[in-house]
Design a protein around this ligand. Structure first.
Ligand SMILES: Nc1ncnc2c1ncn2[C@@H]1O[C@H](COP(=O)(O)OP(=O)(O)OP(=O)(O)O)[C@@H](O)[C@H]1O
Ligand SMILES: [Mg+2]
Length: 429
């Protein structure tokens, strides 16, 4: 920033005649001594050197009053030399000549401010020098403002660029935060879900295993007291079926945990689904007969498909056992195998039970859902069968759904399973 306000400006008088120079210095010092310092030079060369020196020192050479007629370097040449060193210096020429050549040259090449005829009037000359000082100050101030403006503009641009970078960074960070919030929420939901599942598993273990274990203890007590071999056999049979029930329950719970953790793997083999259905129906024939229920199988051919036999058996057992479990006496259960299309087969398990309400349909494929329909023959009900079925069907790339509308008065429900006949990576066995 410029220091014109702190340093006194300098006016330099140039004339080869010593007497003229002295009187110039005296007059100007008298009138303008407060406003500027007066320096003198006796030749053009000396003046140019002085301006150079003072400028190098950082002094404000503001005005030059230069005689025109001088030996060696004339007034116009001197002013041009000075102008080339520092264009902001305001130049005044003293001339006694009527010739305008020097004046024109100084105007064109040294930006001459004014010329004053010799002999000059003291007050007139000091007035012109004062004006010249004012012009210098103004031009310095203008330069300073322009410089300052340039700096501010530059700083503004820099600030703008910085702000843009900052805004981008803040935007990116905000986005990152939002994303990590979402994934955090997902983890919390998953943990919450896993925790709920664990609580349900524990409550099932404590409740559904406690009863059969209690029954086992009573049966064991009876056995120790019973001497009749027929009764003993009957008690042992009951114990065996209770153990079977507990084992099945534990298997279901283990499957639930494995499915939830995504750890269940399938090992599909080419198998006849019709044969598998027949075997399962044979297993459930006794339970169905006890309720006067009939199980019909309708299958036009063998329906050979790639299935994990152990897991797919669970699917069919759960659906067929549900049909038997929730249907009343003297009803018919029909299992139909059909081709959905050339690559897909469909299994429909139809019963004449109570049907499934719209509300129950929304929950029935989730874990631990015991719904409106109750077992009709005192069978156990844990509420995990259909959830396991759904996941195994999906692991076979298939679909599971139910059609039932008790609201319209229609009887029964039909569960549908559709699976592709071929799975990737099948071992033929
Ligand atoms: N065929 C059906 N007819 C009417 N309701 C059914 C039928 N199948 C299932 N439900 C209802 O859906 C609920 C869930 O069935 P799911 O098979 O998942 O469990 P569950 O049979 O109660 O116990 P388990 O885990 O031993 O299979 C049942 O409690 C029952 O209320
Ligand atoms: Mg069931």
């Amino acid at each position: 920033m410029n220091d014109i306000l702190n340093r006194k400006p300098i006016a330099i008088c140039i004339d080869d005649e010593e007497i003229v120079l002295e009187s110039l210095q005296m007059e100007l010092s008298e009138c303008l001594g407060e406003e500027c310092d007066i320096e003198v030079a006796q030749s053009g060369k000396e003046a140019v050197a002085l301006v150079q020196e003072l400028t190098n020192k950082g002094e404000h050479v503001a005005v030059v009053i230069c005689d025109y007629i001088m030996p060696e370097m004339k007034g116009d040449e001197t002013l041009i030399g000075i102008h080339n060193i520092k264009p902001s210096i305001v130049n005044i020429m003293l001339t006694g000549q009527s010739s305008t050549d020097g004046i024109t040259n100084a105007i064109n090449n040294a930006n001459l401010y004014r010329f004053v005829n010799k002999p000059w009037q003291g007050a007139h000359l000091s007035g012109i020098v004062r004006e010249a000082l004012g012009k210098y100050r103004n031009s310095i101030a203008e330069n300073a403002s322009a410089e300052a403006l340039e700096t501010v503009t530059g700083e503004n641009e820099e600030l703008k660029a910085l702000r843009e970078i900052l805004e981008k960074e803040v935007g990116k960070r905000t986005q990152d935060l939002l994303e990590s919030n979402v994934s955090l929420q997902q983890s919390i939901d998953e943990l919450d879900h896993a925790n709920k599942l664990k609580t349900r598993l524990l409550s099932v273990v404590s409740h559904d295993l406690k009863n059969p274990l209690g029954a086992m203890r009573s049966l064991a007590e009876i056995l120790t007291m019973e001497s009749n071999p027929d009764t003993q056999k009957e008690v042992v049979d009951m114990m065996q079926s209770t153990i079977e029930r507990m084992l099945n329950l534990i298997k279901d719970l283990l499957d639930t945990a494995a499915l939830e953790m995504g750890q269940m793997k399938l090992y599909p083999l080419r198998r006849s689904v019709k044969e598998l259905v027949e075997v399962i129906c044979y297993d459930y024939a006794h339970a169905a007969e006890a309720k006067g229920q009939r199980i019909n199988i309708e299958a036009a051919h063998h329906f050979v498909a790639d299935i994990d036999e152990r897991r797919f058996r669970q699917v069919l057992e759960n659906l067929i056992s549900n049909a038997v479990k929730y249907s009343p006496k003297d009803t018919t259960i029909t299992i139909r195998l059909s081709d959905a299309d050339k690559d897909t087969m469909r299994i429909a398990i139809q019963d004449e039970g109570p049907g499934i309400t719209k509300e129950d349909k929304e929950k029935m494929f989730q874990f631990f859902q015991r719904l409106s329909a109750q077992p009709t023959g005192g069978e156990s009900s844990t509420g995990v069968g259909l959830a396991i079925v759904k996941q195994i069907v999906e692991l076979h790339n298939g679909k599971l759904w139910v059609e039932s509308s008790p609201e319209t008065g229609a009887k029964g429900s039909t569960f549908f399973v559709e699976i592709p006949l071929h799975q990737a990576a099948v071992t033929v066995g």
